[in-house]
Design a protein around this ligand. Structure first.
Ligand SMILES: Cc1cc2nc3c(=O)[nH]c(=O)nc-3n(C[C@H](O)[C@H](O)[C@H](O)COP(=O)(O)OP(=O)(O)OC[C@H]3O[C@@H](n4cnc5c(N)ncnc54)[C@H](O)[C@@H]3O)c2cc1C
Length: 449
């Protein structure tokens, strides 16, 4: 039996082929995570004929496929008061999830320094479908964007692998919201993988736990960090892949969300989710770690004696892979110092949450009373040699390794997506530059400063 290898010793020559054109659109959004959703709605609201393509059969990105089940970064402290700082198109999504009974009340943590809202994954999927279709965004599921056809310095077509074979879409503007910067990489844009030295934020396989006794569990591990002491006490009997476990109740208090796994490759470094073999092995390892963690919970943690696995995420949760080199790269100092920018597109209110080897390290905003930073428009604009009709949004946008540790949270991804969608639609109308974007964002309720 030969080993699979990404360092091939042999090659096959594929025949040249003619690829059928499936259709065309003014704005193509690749990826239906938080960034892609907001981008598509914003572009459609500006009047652009917008198509969103997604490799799965549902929307939500890591928020659903990765089992995140929690919106972070929507709330932050301003003038000492905790409040929602990310507004705009996302407000309608929150309303729609809430109307389906799927949105939890805000939950505070870390001594009141953070506020999150958990949600039901099924409600998120259904709300996102209804949201995009209400705004006349066209959707194409079960397609993988796998190549681009260039015309000069512009993307002329995006090539898709579909269940009906390979196909092409003719496009005017493209937003890469794939999380992994697939389109940017395919079209020759410069990017950095992780910290550039082979280290990425560690991925985790997320899961939900059912049949929890809420009161006993809350008393045992209700506050962030409380589970640590129980893990420490049991460390001789169990293997824990990381410290910094996060266990939180869902809207249904008998269901809890577990963010406790950490996935390494054979070198002991973070799994590289752009490496097909590492990503595949990580799926097995993630589920193995879940089985081990459930053994610990059932035996050692009050409230979890009868607990069972309610759901394991459809895929490994990937925090970071490629980050595209853009006109601005948001860095850690700009996050913690609460930086302002003349071309702000909205706010990030999540602190640095770095998933490092064996632990999670937090770095909070310097000013606890004004705990947010602005996000600049330039972080969505890739540098040459990237195509001139490409924008990036979400966790693959212009951020450094540690800047991304904060602004990859859903809140900032919605902000980036809305700005990218607005800008792409304005480009279709022949408008370039920040001023038109600013006016449109402000009119839709985005807090810019
Ligand atoms: C384990 C884990 C826990 C997290 N916890 C939280 C949390 O508690 N709160 C929070 O707010 N954030 C959390 N995050 C971060 C947040 O979920 C992500 O950073 C965010 O979802 C990124 O949004 P995005 O739109 O940039 O990309 P993604 O959510 O990754 O979405 C990208 C989408 O593009 C699709 N796609 C990718 N490539 C292609 C292609 N070539 N063709 C077609 N479709 C494609 C994918 O299927 C996916 O749907 C967590 C992340 C992880 C991994």
């Amino acid at each position: 039996m030969s080993r699979l290898s990404l360092q091939p010793k042999a090659w096959v020559e594929e025949s040249p082929r003619r690829t059928p054109v499936l259709g065309e659109c003014e704005v193509l959004v690749v990826g239906g995570g938080p960034a892609g959703l907001a981008a598509a709605v914003a572009a459609a609201q500006q009047g652009a004929d917008t198509l969103l393509i997604e490799r799965y059969g549902f929307l939500g990105g890591m928020g659903t496929a990765g089992g995140v089940t929690n919106f972070a970064g929507l709330y932050g402290r301003r003038h000492g008061q905790m409040q929602q700082l990310v507004h705009g198109v996302v407000d309608e999504l929150l309303e729609r999830i809430d109307a389906l009974g799927g949105l939890n009340a805000p939950q505070d943590g870390m001594g009141g320094r953070i506020r999150v809202r958990s949600y039901d994954v099924a409600a998120y999927k259904c709300a996102a479908d209804a949201w995009l279709t209400a705004h006349r965004v066209r959707l194409l599921f079960h397609v993988l964007a796998c190549d681009v056809q260039m015309e000069g310095d512009r993307i002329q077509s995006v090539l898709l692998q579909t269940r009906s074979g390979r196909a092409a879409l003719r496009v005017q503007q493209v937003i890469d919201a794939s999380g992994d910067a697939d389109i940017a990489a395919l079209s020759g844009a410069a990017f950095t993988l992780g910290d550039g030295g082979g280290n990425m934020l560690y991925p985790s396989t997320m899961f939900r736990i059912g049949e929890v006794q809420p009161q006993a569990a809350q008393a045992a591990v209700g506050e962030f960090g409380a589970i640590e002491a129980l893990m420490e006490a049991a460390s001789a009997r169990y293997t824990f892949p990381r410290r910094g476990a996060i266990l939180r109740p869902q809207r249904n208090p008998r269901q809890w969300r577990a963010n406790v796994t950490q996935l390494r490759n054979a070198r002991g470094a973070a799994v590289d989710a752009t490496n097909a073999l590492e990503l595949s092995a990580a799926e097995l390892e993630g589920r193995r770690q879940i089985v081990e963690y459930m053994r610990f919970l059932r035996s050692e943690v009050p409230g979890f004696e009868q607990a069972e696995i309610a759901e394991i995420a459809a895929q490994v949760g990937v925090r970071e892979t490629r980050r595209v080199h853009c006109q601005h790269m948001l860095d850690a100092q700009e996050v913690v110092s609460g930086a302002s920018f003349a071309d702000s597109i909205g706010l990030n209110a999540w602190p640095i949450e770095a998933h490092l080897d064996g632990s999670v390290q937090w770095q909070h905003f310097n000013d606890a009373h004004n705990a947010f930073n602005q996000l600049p428009w330039r972080m969505l604009v890739p540098l040459a040699p990237a195509p001139t009709n490409l924008l990036v949004a979400g966790r693959c946008a212009g951020m450094t390794h540690l800047g991304q540790s904060a602004a990859r949270a859903s809140g900032a991804c919605f902000v980036m997506g809305q700005a990218a969608g607005t800008a792409a639609a304005l480009r279709v109308q022949g408008q370039e530059g920040y001023l038109g974007i600013r006016t449109s964002l402000a009119n839709s309720g985005v807090i810019l400063g």
